[in-house]
Ligand binder design. Structure first.
Ligand code: CUA
Length: 160
């Protein structure tokens, strides 16, 4: 004969609430990732922040076309500016951003897109975005990096 495990009514309710919350979180993560296109910022490379500007792609930061409609944007963040400050791509372009810092921790947030990464000295942060709408997208530093933090911004322009 089996004995039934007794669970208090309130304990049972809280267990159900906890499980429901976990399911809601899991669904939210799946919707964000697959339906809304949220991406985890990747670390594509490790670099030496003291020498990264002297050779390689970050010695000449800017936009490169890798194939028709596909671009790579190499951006250096340093107190207190982004190099380059202005980027221009045609509408419909997919841009992969590679961003690194030569001094302290910065951030890179491209307004009205899902592109938002921490920029840490010693690593290259990367994210991609396809620009289906023309217009002007400002990017700003989102990590407090000193007295010039508020002046650290630039613009990506998507032209028809
Ligand atoms: Cu760079 Cu704040």
């Amino acid at each position: 004969m089996s004995e039934k495990l007794h669970i208090d009514k309130y304990e049972k309710n809280w267990m159900l609430i906890s499980i429901t919350i976990l399911i809601v979180f899991a669904v939210a993560v799946l919707v964000a990732g697959f339906a809304l296109g949220f991406q985890l910022p990747g670390v594509s490379d490790r670099v030496d922040p003291r020498t990264v500007s002297q050779a390689g792609p970050f010695a000449d930061p800017g936009l490169r076309e890798v194939s028709p409609g596909h671009y790579e944007a190499y951006i250096v963040a340093r107190a207190w500016s982004f190099v380059p400050r202005e980027i221009e791509v045609p509408v419909g372009s997919t841009v992969t951003f590679y961003i690194t810092s030569t001094d302290v921790q910065h951030g890179f947030k491209l307004q009205n897109t899902n592109v938002n990464v921490m920029v840490v000295p010693g690593q290259v942060s990367t994210l991609s975005h396809t620009f289906d709408d023309s217009g002007s997208y400002d990017f700003v530093c989102t990590e407090y990096c000193g007295s010039g933090h508020a002046a650290m911004f630039g613009t990506l322009t998507v032209v028809p």
